[in-house]
Design a protein around this ligand. Sequence first.
Ligand SMILES: NC(=O)c1ccc[n+]([C@@H]2O[C@H](COP(=O)([O-])OP(=O)(O)OC[C@H]3O[C@@H](n4cnc5c(N)ncnc54)[C@H](OP(=O)(O)O)[C@@H]3O)[C@@H](O)[C@H]2O)c1
Length: 281
Amino acid sequence: MRALVVGSHGQLGRALCGLLGERCAWAGDRADLDARDAAAVEQRVHQVAPDVVFNATAYNAVDAAEREPGEAMAVNAVAVRHLARACRETGALLVHVSTDYVFDGQQDRPYVEDDPARPLNVYGVSKRAGELMAMATDVEQLIVRTSGVIGVGGSADKGGSFVERVLARARRGEPLRVVDDQVFSPTYAPDLAAALLQLVDLGARGLLHVTNEGHCSWHELACHALAVAGVDARVTAIRTAELTLAARRPAYSVLSNARARGLGLAPLRPWDKAVADMLGR
Ligand SMILES: NC(=O)c1ccc[n+]([C@@H]2O[C@H](COP(=O)([O-])OP(=O)(O)OC[C@H]3O[C@@H](n4cnc5c(N)ncnc54)[C@H](OP(=O)(O)O)[C@@H]3O)[C@@H](O)[C@H]2O)c1
């Protein structure tokens, strides 16, 4: 495999680069290649001539997206079109990553790929538009929806991943109030990255769901991370309605991994084991 990774400093991008090693012909973040710049994307993909382009970029600021939908669409949708076109021109496979937030959270069973996408917020709309941009381009493609990505690093805008932010707040002695009415499957970036590479090796194409096994609320995730890290702190469980957030969020966005399993992807380990690994336990 000769890979090109866009968005290489994010949680997933770092994990991909770490796993790819010498198979990574080129990797860069926003400063190296702004995915919104169609000409720069085209030039870079032609120059590197990869077999596979991994799009690990995202505008992930879910609440900020409500007031800057143009920016969310530029990164999460239009940039995907640029990447898809460059891949089509060079014959590369596009591996694109999407989100559980394309769903409205009204179901009480895990979402399968064919369930109707009904995003509740601008971020979800922009990610769904990105999926459609790829699908509307005649390019070899693998689109993987995942949920609650945790790992090292993460968007500078957010101040690191959820787990890192919870531990930092607790260590500073700051109060922790975390919602317990949003249920999803936390997914560890290195496990997701390994799954993406495995799926490429398996020749998988189309739209797939991939998460760590099991599910929990953000409150359970925070409590588990603190317990594993040995940090003694109380986490107050709150309802989403108690927060004045700009964006609505799905109450239940667990994704079914059955299709990926059927293609031969080994189940990812349970989310709580992945968190322990992330924290070196
Ligand atoms: N994080 C989650 O909870 C979650 C949940 C479901 C799905 N996903 C999806 O999973 C994928 C990976 O997410 P992640 O958590 O690894 O994201 P992340 O940690 O926020 O990383 C995204 C990276 O993209 C970069 N980026 C933003 N705009 C760019 C641009 N115009 N050109 C090039 N790079 C740009 C960011 O750089 P800056 O730091 O400079 O902005 C950042 O390094 C994304 O598709 C995301 O939508 C994430």
